[in-house]
Ligand binder design. Structure first.
Ligand code: TYD
Length: 205
């Protein structure tokens, strides 16, 4: 079996986690060898950086420094988890990857966008397929704010920020329509999962 690198993207509360868990179950049923991982995180070092980035009052960082921290976490994750899994011909399911930096940081500064694009190229690993779970920002934000977490996350920026994030994700999906599949997340989890499974089948063929 050949490895497939799958990433999931979307605004906070879009239902990524549910879909990732359903896909992992689907692969487990098929007895396929896969690695389920997440960003920022996936390694001890990257989890330390996550704590720095998402703890309360993290906004002392400029958006450019924030970009470099997300990228440092990603580089560690790619070196230690993603690359070895791909070389091992495993399927990789990653909760967020590069597109999140282009959107969450890039949207707030042209310099940060430039930085993230340059570093993306340097890292040189691209998902084979990216599922963008597109979702009504009001509903997604409601869900995200109802989660219990000790992290200070981007959902705290409010509804206008979520709307801009959504638009920015849709824009990069248009630019990379060969890789990024827009999935309508305003449906039942089973309907969404069926479409995701079908896209993967098509890709593998
Ligand atoms: P995540 O744990 O995926 O949150 P969620 O479960 O809501 O999807 O990501 C944590 C936060 O970090 C989220 O608000 C998005 C943000 N983020 C960035 O700003 N840039 C990045 O490069 C990544 C990977 C995440």
């Amino acid at each position: 079996m050949k490895s497939i690198f799958i990433s999931f993207e979307g605004i906070d509360g879009c239902g990524k986690t549910t879909q990732i868990n359903l896909l992992a179950k689907h692969f487990a049923k098929q007895k396929k060898s896969f690695v389920k991982t997440e960003e920022p995180g996936g390694t001890e070092g990257a989890n330390e950086i996550r704590k720095i980035l998402l703890r309360e009052n993290n906004f002392q960082w400029s958006v450019e420094s924030e970009t470099l921290l997300f990228m440092a976490a990603r580089n560690d994750h790619v070196e230690k988890v993603i690359k070895p899994a791909i070389e091992d011909n495993k399927i990789v399911i990653c909760d967020r990857f590069m597109d999140s930096t282009i959107v969450y940081q890039g949207m707030r500064s042209p310099q940060a966008k430039k930085l993230s694009l340059i570093l993306f190229e340097l890292i040189g690993i691209y998902p084979d397929i990216t599922f963008l779970i597109d979702m009504d920002p009001e509903i997604a934000l409601d869900r995200a704010l109802n989660r219990v977490t000790d992290e200070d996350r981007f959902e705290n920026y409010g509804i206008n920020f979520q709307r801009q994030l959504r638009q920015s994700f849709l824009d990069i999906a248009k630019t990379h329509s060969d890789r990024i599949k827009i999935i309508d997340g305003n449906r039942s989890p089973q309907q969404v999962a069926a479409q995701i499974n079908e896209s993967i089948e098509t890709l593998v063929k």
